[in-house]
Design a protein around this ligand. Sequence first.
Ligand code: ZN
Ligand code: ZN
Length: 300
Amino acid sequence: MGSIAPFSMPGRFLRGNIHTHTTRSDGARSVEEVIRTYRDAGYDFLSITDHFLERFGFPVTDTRAFGDAEFTLLPGAEIHAPRTEVSELWHLVAVGLPLDFAPTSPDEDGPALARRARAAGAFVGIAHPGWYSLSLADAETLVDAAHSVEIYNHGCHVMHDKGYGAYLLDGLLDKGYRLTTYACDDAHFKAADFGGGWVELKAADRSPEAILDALKLGHFYSTQGPRIDDIEVAADHVEVRCSPASRVLVVGQGYLMSHSSGIAITRTRVSLAPLAASPWLRVIVVDDTGRSAWSNPIWK
Ligand SMILES: [Zn+2]
Ligand SMILES: [Zn+2]
């Protein structure tokens, strides 16, 4: 296969956070303050995803006036409807929603709402599955609507120690569903929930349309800090170039895995022999402070 997308694509990576809240719902900072915070921290794009609920007036915030050549804003919302196995409401991130997306109707359930958001042009993410014990059976009811699973939600990690979603992503991959995966802040700015997880994405340009396309196509990886510079896939190994790492893991179906461990690894070759039976792979780069970067799933 050689070098894979997005690493093989031209241009530089754009840094973005696609899940965050403001005073339009239950966040502590205004839309303007949140935009300024991400912009000043060097991000390239942001989606404000306030809770799309009646008590907040079903907000899809119009942020177009804040975008320019250096900073792109994608309209979005965190959409909710009944119900999962153990929770009253689903939590789904919809990025690229039309500003006039119609309010949720009383008879609409989570999967129907997700399908409506996708049909309206949105990128749909399964938010923080670990935070509310979302089951594989729940997730299977919306695999035709969701593009991606949150592998890391910084706010849910900081505030609840329930930030990780790999169990759900890998369960879906094991069943043959080809979803991607992303990291985000879900910042509410009531605690230190900013800047802990984001995506690095390659798009044709910096327009909202091109970034939304790249999200849907999976032209990104996710990180808490480490950089992935390249992933080359061959028949019997994967070659990874990255910022200095302690471990480079390649995981696959069930418990199958292969790895390379050492000090300040910046280029390594990981054998795929232990993963011969897995139809998919994921590459994870871990630095010496325990922070991770995650590739999207790679199908053989
Ligand atoms: Zn949520
Ligand atoms: Zn949220």
